[in-house]
Design a protein around this ligand. Sequence first.
Ligand code: SF4
Ligand code: SF4
Length: 443
Amino acid sequence: MPYLSNILFAILLVAGIGFFIRNVKKLIRNIKMGKNIDRNDRTSERWKNMIYIALGQSKMVKRPIAGVLHIIVYLGFLIINIEVIEIVIDGLFGTHRVFSYAGRLYNVLIASFEILALLVLISVIIFWIRRIILRIPRFWNKEMTSWPKNDALNILYFEMVLMCLFLFMNSADYSLQQLQIEPYAQVGSFPISRYLAILLPQNVNTLIIIEQVCWWLHIIGIFVFLNYLYYSKHLHILLAFPNTYFANLNALGKFDNLASVTNEVKLMLDPNADPYATPEETDSNDVPDKFGASDVTDLSWVNLLNAYSCTECGRCTSVCPANITGKELSPRAIMMKTRDRIEEMGKFIDNNSIEDFKEKGDGKSLLSTISNEEIWACTSCNACVTECPISIDPLSIIVDLRRYLVMEQSSAPNELNMMLTNIENNGAPWQYNQMDRLNWKDE
Ligand code: SF4
Ligand code: SF4
């Protein structure tokens, strides 16, 4: 059948893209399960942030070695994938190197793809050495076992294989061009793969098989990679852009106080307020159904987007004072547990329905995986937020979980409960009567 390979390719293309779209829909549905907050303000600042942080990788280079290597892999990902357009057209229409009519421009393109492919390969090997041989501590925290550890390594192996397939495909093509075999016309410049040609047999049939096998495995690998993203920390390749766009632009440390609680506090602190006055009518929208968050649906959709975008790099944990001093808390683990919980919720919805989840829940919550010890170890210093290369905010999740514990469960640690009682009774965190505050001066 003359068109068999084209038909097979079309099936592969539709299946690869179809499965990806299905997962994207699931991702959007899950993120939308979060509470609504408005992040459509200050659009020019948001665009600037996205271009500077996500596209320009400005925060990555604060750690120069990892930063530069990451930029190479990232550029490789963006630029080499232009080649995929040609592969898709060739696959669908049975052409060979369809863009080769661009002549010298094509030579430049292929040469730059090859140089980048080599640089990506070297960078990925260095990444692997840093993880496995140098064992950089942030890659070996206790949350980085089983799937998170394997996920990081899988993607490195994946990239190594894809780059090798690309270079060997070109190398076989180059050899066939030298042997003047049809349809391998004299196109493209192969500054790297030409040197690999000596590793290949010079038998025409074997070279054609190698070129075709590498071509097919390369494109199958790209589709597998595309669909692997949803299950991997590498989703950040796509989500870093919306994540930085919708990031919190307020000054660090500024909390989103609840309006109804702020009014209560103002009333308590106002010496002229009449405690017996009839309370003003409160807009029912001002009073939340629940204070704080006990599950992912109580968090904002930006928190959920943050969780899906987390690269699990551990930069946040490496600067977290609580973690450094041996506490249970790791801001990276907070993001990972949030994502796991969203996925758990998503699976329940897949097997039942959104209505079922909203009505009855699935009997689990985010607080079943994040412990009180983790929540209360946080000093709210914002170091994790400052350090994160894509502006993720683990602190806002911790604050919402605390809010729930204090305001809904009254289950703050004893020291805090005592302080809150003292503030309520004495107007200060200490256990003294207001009248005794100046006693010290008589001692
Ligand atoms: S805000 Fe909390 S979680 Fe983040 S670095 Fe500071 S102590 Fe750690
Ligand atoms: S929250 Fe940011 S810094 Fe922390 S692991 Fe995720 S991506 Fe890295």
